[in-house]
Design a protein around this ligand. Structure first.
Ligand code: AMP
Length: 281
């Protein structure tokens, strides 16, 4: 497995594979890889001849007061995980490899990006759409793999691919969780032991929503009130949002009908965590 930082090196490797008629999968990540990322890489390895993992803390998807500088990084550990999972290439650019000092072109999206995480993070999805578009142009994969953990991101990428005619299949992968239910996340490392215990309230809330809907509850406000009460019972938790939205359009729903996403963002101390469940209806 190779680790490269220049766009030209990725392009020449992929060109070589294409000459041999091999298919290519891409797993975009911000590094500090865990079992959640590994599940995406394993799926990509199973479905493609060659797999590229991008490992890049994308500065333009962070807001001015967010955790860009403190975001955890460990390329050596990432390389071991990628190698063990069977990936073929890590693309680890430096910020200046991706963004020239006079960079001024962005991919932006309305509607889907306005609620949920877009409300608290108004420039986040512009950064995500821009970097993912760049990665799609650089790697030109057949398939790209994203986690359901970031459900709004997955919906946004699917829409971007449709709207901008990227010839790339988007594969959504299920959320990988810790034993107590907490969704695995690079940001879980910010939690102290007391906060780590409190963080289980996110998964409790989304599992509660799922069981209410499975038992026939169709009034979204009843489901949302139960989720809020669950989270508010934890003193270290502060709600950013608790929402029920159409799983494709990301618009709020009143009735649970068709695929609905119940999603939460919660501060545990200073750390903002997200979780969700999709109910197929
Ligand atoms: P990140 O490095 O946090 O940007 O995540 C890179 C990709 O891994 C995204 O598509 C995430 O949705 C996905 N991912 C992160 N955590 C998990 C998880 N616990 N289960 C499944 N996928 C995940």
């Amino acid at each position: 497995m190779n680790i490269v930082s220049s766009v030209a090196d990725v392009r020449s490797q992929v060109k070589d594979w294409r000459r041999q008629g091999l298919s290519v999968g891409l797993v975009p990540t911000m590094g500090y890889l865990h079992e959640g990322h590994k599940s995406l890489i394993l799926r990509a390895v199973a479905e493609n001849d060659r797999v590229v993992v991008s490992d890049f803390v994308n500065p333009i998807q962070f807001g001015p007061n967010e955790d860009l500088d403190s975001y955890p990084r460990d390329l050596d550990a990432d390389a071991r995980l990628c190698e063990a999972a069977g990936a073929h290439l890590i693309f680890h650019p430096r910020p200046e490899d991706m963004y020239a000092s006079d960079f001024c072109t962005f991919v932006d999206m309305s509607h889907l990006t306005e609620g949920l995480c877009g409300k608290t993070r108004p420039t986040h999805f512009r950064g995500v759409c821009t970097v993912v578009s760049k990665l799609f142009h650089i790697v030109a994969p057949d398939r790209a793999y994203f986690g359901q953990k970031d459900a709004q991101q997955l919906a946004v990428i699917r829409r971007m691919v449709r709207d901008l005619n990227f010839d790339i299949e988007i594969i959504g992968c299920p959320i990988v969780r810790e034993e107590d239910g907490l969704a695995k996340s690079s940001r879980n490392t910010y939690l102290n032991p007391e906060e780590r215990k409190a963080a289980v309230v996110l998964s409790r809330a989304v599992f509660l929503a799922r069981s209410l809907m499975e038992r026939g509850e169709r009034n979204a406000s009843v489901v949302l009130a139960a989720m809020r009460a669950c989270i508010e019972s934890e003193p270290l938790a502060r709600i950013d949002y608790v929402e029920a939205v159409d799983a494709v359009s990301m618009q709020p729903v009143e009735r649970i009908q068709g695929p609905v996403l119940c999603a939460v963002a919660v501060y545990i101390g200073k750390t903002r965590l997200i979780d969700n469940v999709t109910f197929e209806g």
